[in-house]
Design a protein around this ligand. Structure first.
Ligand code: 0A1
Ligand code: ZN
Length: 863
């Protein structure tokens, strides 16, 4: 433990200590008298003793003071407060408990519970926000039927929405009106939602395959309506996809989505009333990039899919979070892959995993997909729970095969519908329907850390045999010094180095021991190993393949992911050599990229991914001690060489799609992506016309992808075009918060030498605010992944981040705590940087009144 005074006392919740609830709440009636300054909440809970015991009813509350407590309709004082918890001793088996509290949405800066965003009243209850609205057993295994009445000023809040189906509405006195909603599906409190505001709807209907007509609506401020078509289209596509792919139908008469500007995460799957961060709803060609469009479709689908994987079947406790999140991410990834290129989607997902999850698994905050303990559950909405969790589902789908996997998910939905389940329940269904033993596979749920696989091939020409030797090691992680081997489904294949022929058909090897050896017969030429094809297991693979082998695979492998991977490995090896030795031979990379660019059979979207160099951070992740400046130099040198030696190719690739008009289709997106990548390389070549080329693209673009692509290219330099473009961009979009976020993040991600100073200045800009999570992330979040800028040798980057986090923690601890991990990577840096990073962590920890959220992240980061 650090030698500083802790300001928050950690209470640790442990998975092993799970106990069924003492009291169930089959019914709840909620009555909201809504106002931004004050909202009165009356709740009536039907409570039922769960099994024989004499324990009191304990209702969670946070910041609530009961104005009245009623037991079976009678005002009572047979209750007491234990911290925030309301404790009521009850004699019978079943009672009706009434409570009344007043809360202040306008003063809620944490954005948990009931809060105000731009004049809209909305809620966020996952994971433990419901207890900030009313007293309740706020845990996911207490499922209730909700009846909600909302009353509010009609002029300020003309639209009143809650979960389930609308029942009735009408006018009340004094310009107020009311609405009643009923949700027939029992749900945990974290899925409760309401919205009141001046909103307009983009409406449509969807007819389910059994003939139910569902009224769909996306609610936004009137002026944002023209930017909701893409989200609505995505919703309908997702509804059809879930029927076709998983046999899952929607189950209410209405499905409402509301977009708000202030939101801690991406979106929330509240039953029948999804609430979204507006950045995952609003798009038009002028303001949203292709990446934004894809993100919107993916998140809309994700939240919709939760209706089954999350809502109809929910989690028993928060340790099971990946049960709904890992599975739902896997479902949204598959959905998005089906809308375009499977290969490109897989590449993007693996890139995300490597950028966000691998470092988490290798650092002080590493935790298993099913954690064993937590202090603050909000800190566990991580890439491990979400993205690694999705990889676990993917591996099981690979092991079972498509048909059995579908049988297994049917069984799971069937068996656990209407209940709160566990990861164990899910795996059991996979085992039963898949007729496989997944006992050792379960280690994926309990062991943290990214397994490392070593694969070598030995050829015995005499006996025409090839021996593939595999071994695995799972590194130690906090609290888990020794590991058992994992079950790794590795798709592999051998190619002939001379003929390029496939020497043996693809095999799915299940590596479950520490070592294994696989023999291939009839191998008459030197084999080249293609392994972990499609990234079939979320592991790090080390092989004894040469640069020539990798170049060969990058040109000839028939698995597009493996082809991409070979190119990445070749680039990575070259960059690591450049960092280690001060220089490296770039010829193999240049030739491999030349070959890829010239291959007309390839999808431009794939080419764009394949020719991109690994990020500076990813190169850093390969080093024992990260040297950000040397990595930057090595990567810039390789970029420059690629730019120069292939300048003709880049210009041709650029010209090919220069005149395209905007269209949102996989082909058009791919063309734009390649165009931006090509522009980046033209710029890297040092060509004197690069900045003006980028500026022309910036000015004449008919879409945000091209405009931001050009701005990003300019952001790397100090040209007059950069200054001009930045200004034009700001003035053109100053009334659009989502686009202004891009203005901030593009600067925060800049590779200019003075990026750190620029960011400090931007934090003083009149449009910068910590109150809006998107804006905070756009500047602070983006800056802290800008490896060279953040790790500025002076330590100013660390100081800046700590200053901002200390300030943000007072407003919004959840968002602040999520931005802390970059400081926790101190072990990977030289002594001086490591010391400066630790100093900032200690300073954070010593801040009076620090939140539980930040305390957990900062103290664990110092261990
Ligand atoms: N369940 C949501 C994520 C989410 C979690 C917590 C939140 O509280 C601020 C908000 C959203 C999802 O997976 O989309
Ligand atoms: Zn989710």
């Amino acid at each position: 433990m650090p030698d500083v005074q802790a300001t928050a006392q950690p209470t640790v919740t442990r998975r092993e200590e799970y106990r069924a609830p003492d009291w169930m709440v089959p019914e709840i009636t909620l009555d909201f008298d809504l106002g931004a300054e004050a909202t009165r909440v009356r709740a009536t809970l039907t409570v039922e003793r769960n099994g024989p015991h004499d324990r009191p009813l304990r209702l969670d509350g946070e910041g609530l003071a009961p104005e009245r407590v009623l037991i079976d309709g009678e005002a009572s004082d047979a209750w007491r407060m234990d911290g925030g918890t309301l404790e009521i001793a009850l004699a019978g088996e079943r009672h009706e408990i009434g409570t009344e509290v007043v809360i202040a949405p306008e003063r809620n800066t944490q954005l948990m519970g009931l809060y105000a965003s731009g004049g809209i009243l909305c809620t966020q209850c996952e994971a433990e926000g419901f207890r900030r609205i009313t007293f309740f057993p706020d845990r996911p295994d207490v499922l209730s039927r909700y009846r909600v009445t909302m009353t509010a000023d009609k002029a300020r809040y003309p639209v009143l929405l809650a979960n389930g189906d609308p029942v009735a509405s009408g006018d009340a006195e004094d310009g107020r009106h009311w609405a009643k909603w009923h949700d027939p599906f029992p749900k945990p409190s974290y899925l409760f939602a309401l919205v009141a505001g001046d909103l307009a709807a983009n409406r449509d209907t969807f007819t389910t395959r059994s003939g139910r007509t569902v009224d769909l609506a996306i609610w936004v401020r009137e002026r944002d309506l023209p930017r909701t078509d893409h989200a609505l289209r995505a919703l309908k596509t997702a509804m059809t996809w879930d029927e076709q792919t998983y046999g899952r139908e929607y189950d209410l008469d209405v499905f409402n989505i509301v977009a708000v500007d202030d939101f801690n995460f991406g979106a929330m799957e509240n039953k029948g009333l999804n609430i979204f961060n507006s950045r995952y709803i609003l798009a038009d060609p002028d303001t949203a990039t292709d990446h934004d469009y894809d993100g919107i479709a993916g998140v809309v689908a994700h939240e919709y899919f939760h209706n089954w994987s999350g809502n109809r079947v929910t989690c028993r406790d928060w340790f099971q979070l990946s049960l709904k999140e890992g599975f739902t991410v896997f479902r949204d990834q598959s959905f998005s892959a089906d809308q375009g290129s499977h290969a490109v989607k897989r590449i993007e997902d693996v890139r995300t995993l490597r950028a966000a999850q691998f470092p988490e698994d290798a650092g002080p905050l590493a935790h298993p997909v099913r954690p064993d303990s937590y202090q603050e559950i909000s800190n566990f909405y991580t890439a491990t729970i979400y993205n690694k969790g999705a990889e676990l589902i993917r591996m099981m789908a690979t092991i079972l095969g498509e048909e059995k996997f579908r049988r297994a998910t049917d069984l799971y939905f069937d068996r656990f519908d209407g209940t709160a389940a566990t990861c164990e329940d899910f795996v059991t269904c996979m085992e039963e329907a898949g007729e496989v033993d997944l006992i050792p596979f379960r280690r994926w749920y309990s062991q943290a850390g990214t397994p490392r696989v070593t694969a070598t091939v030995r050829h015995e020409p005499g006996s025409a045999r090839a021996l593939v030797k595999l071994s695995q090691r799972v590194p130690p992680t906090p609290g888990q010094p020794a590991k058992q081997p994992m079950v790794l489904p590795l798709r592999l294949k051998l190619f002939g180095a001379e003929t390029g022929q496939e020497l043996a058909p693809e095999e799915l090897v299940l590596l479950s021991d520490e070592h294994a050896e696989i023999a291939f017969e009839g191998v008459t030429e030197r084999p080249v190993l293609s392994i972990n094809r499609g990234f079939s297991a979320p592991v790090i693979v080390e092989t004894n393949r040469t640069a020539a082998d990798l170049a060969f695979l990058s040109a000839h492998d028939d698995d597009p992911f493996a082809r991409y991977e070979a190119m990445q490995q070749l680039m990575l090896d070259t960059l690591v050599a450049g960092v280690t030795h001060g220089r490296a031979d770039h010829a193999d990379v240049v030739e491999a990229v030349r070959h890829t660019l010239a291959d007309e059979t390839l999808d431009p979207a794939f080419i764009a991914e394949a020719v991109l160099l690994p990020s500076e951070s990813f190169v850093g992740d390969q080093m024992e001690v990260v040297d950000p400046d040397t990595i930057h130099r090595a990567r810039e040198t390789l970029r420059r060489d690629l730019g120069r030696m292939l300048e003709g190719e880049w210009r041709r690739a650029y010209e090919r799609s220069r005149a395209n008009r905007f269209e949102y289709s996989p082909a058009a997106k791919g063309a734009r992506r390649l165009k931006s990548v090509a522009l980046g390389y033209i710029d890297a070549s040092g060509a004197p016309d690069a900045a003006s080329l980028a500026f022309v693209q910036f000015e004449h673009a008919d879409n945000m992808t091209d405009r931001q692509g050009a701005l990003t290219t300019l952001a790397g330099g100090t040209s007059k075009e950069w200054v001009a473009a930045l200004d034009i961009f700001y003035n053109r979009y100053s009334d659009n918060a989502l686009v202004l976020d891009k203005w901030f993040s593009t600067q925060a991600l800049s590779s200019r030498d003075d990026a750190a100073e620029q960011v400090e200045e931007l934090a003083r800009h009149r449009d910068f605010t910590l109150a809006n999570p998107n804006r905070a992330r756009a500047l602070i979040g983006a800056f802290s992944v800008n490896q060279r800028a953040f790790h500025h040798p002076s330590g100013r980057g660390y100081r800046f981040l700590a200053d901002q986090l200390i300030a943000l923690d007072k407003l919004n601890p959840q968002t602040a705590a999520k931005l802390l991990p970059p400081l926790g990577r101190w072990r990977r840096f030289d002594q001086k940087r490591a010391r400066m990073m630790r100093e900032q962590l200690q300073r954070i920890l010593a801040t009076p009144g620090l939140s539980k959220d930040m305390f957990e992240q900062a103290s664990k980061s110092l261990e």
